[in-house]
Ligand binder design. Structure first.
Ligand code: ACO
Length: 308
């Protein structure tokens, strides 16, 4: 379906927490974290609320697209760490932006939230329900991380990424494949107001296998060979997951965008932050075939193939 990413923006918090800082907090080491995950540091929101990060990312995306807030007719925000129980974070963002013509709601699909959002927003744009939309992935995971649990606290970070999407333009959502399996809910979850709990080893294996399957499915659906993909922007959870996925897909790592060393796993924010960085650094160009894929709590997973 015709869907163009007209503008991209991201915001990451000012405070940097390095692996060396974590060595002082729990029994871990920079060497362990780097070799097992690829993460060197992450950003932690000390002052910044989810709304603040989402707003800053959205302003940049709107500026990049040269679109005014009043032109936006739909706002979808993917998060598992909202500032309030309700209303939706998207409504707070709508008010702060002054996007008074937009209707707004949140999506809860953990690390796959941005991809679920792309499919939902794409379908609404395709049906004529809106012409321009804002899709945001934002997380303040530091709030739900158990800072005494070394097996999880080294992995996560905070941030927000946003895109302005339009039903006009040259871009296309060529194919998507989204999946959920609630039988695996206890592999990655938090209790209400509780901390992230995770079975890392199981998740690792499921992540590689499941993301490879949906990536192959979207390539097949769009009749595009893996060698014709210009850039893969995967969810940034673990560099070893990303490398194993690239190998399964026979796509060289120089076609895979990674920034996990700087931000860790920012869940729903990870793909839009990476997409935006890829554009800003010249790795992503108009007309490129881009493969996005993610997996997260739910379990949820998916892949989307775009002509950028
Ligand atoms: N520092 C030092 N040692 C540690 C740490 C740490 N931070 N964390 C765990 N260890 C220890 C363990 O206690 C264990 O010690 P033991 O052998 O004495 O029992 C040892 O290191 C090995 O632990 P494993 O859990 O087997 O390590 P593994 O190689 O599986 O790596 C990791 C763990 C990094 C969590 C990996 O399994 C992973 O990345 N899984 C995917 C998790 C993930 O990405 N979750 C996020 C959302 S889902 C998604 O986005 C795909």
């Amino acid at each position: 379906m015709g869907i163009t990413i007209e503008g991209l923006g991201y915001y990451t918090p000012k405070h940097v927490l390095s692996n060396f800082d974590l060595e002082k907090m729990v029994d871990t080491s920079d060497e362990w974290i780097t070799t097992r995950t690829g993460i060197k540091e992450r950003r932690i929101a000390k002052e910044e609320s989810l709304l603040y990060m989402s707003y800053e990312a959205s302003l940049k995306a709107l500026e990049d697209a040269k679109v005014q807030p009043r032109e936006i007719e739909l706002i979808v925000l993917a998060t598992l760490t909202p500032d309030l129980g309700f209303p939706a974070s998207a409504c707070l963002l709508q008010a702060k932006l002054g996007a008074d013509r937009a209707y707004a709601f949140d999506i809860s699909a953990a690390c796959s939230g941005f991809l679920y959002g792309l499919e939902v927003v794409g379908s609404i744009l395709a049906s004529g329900g809106a012409k321009k939309a804002l899709l945001v992935g934002a997380e303040r995971l530091s709030q739900i991380v158990d800072w005494n649990d070394r097996s999880t606290c080294v992995l996560f970070g905070d941030g927000a990424g946003a895109v302005v999407l339009s039903s006009e333009g040259e871009g296309e959502l060529l194919a998507s494949a989204l999946r959920s399996d609630g039988n695996y809910w206890d592999i990655l979850y938090s209790e209400r107001c509780g901390y992230i709990r995770m079975k890392g080893k199981e998740l690792f294996k499921l992540a590689v296998r499941s993301m490879a399957e949906v990536c192959e499915e979207v390539l097949q659906k769009a009749n595009i060979r893996s060698e014709d993909v210009d850039l893969v922007v995967p969810h940034q959870a673990n560099i070893r997951i990303i490398e194993a996925l690239a190998e399964k897909l026979s796509i060289p790592m120089d076609k895979v965008y990674t920034n996990i060393h700087k931000y860790g796993n920012t869940s729903a924010a990870s793909i839009p932050i990476a997409l935006c960085e890829a554009k800003q650094t010249g790795r992503l160009k108009r007309g490129d075939i881009v493969l996005l894929t993610a997996m997260g709590g739910g379990l949820t997973w998916g892949a989307c193939l775009l002509r950028f």
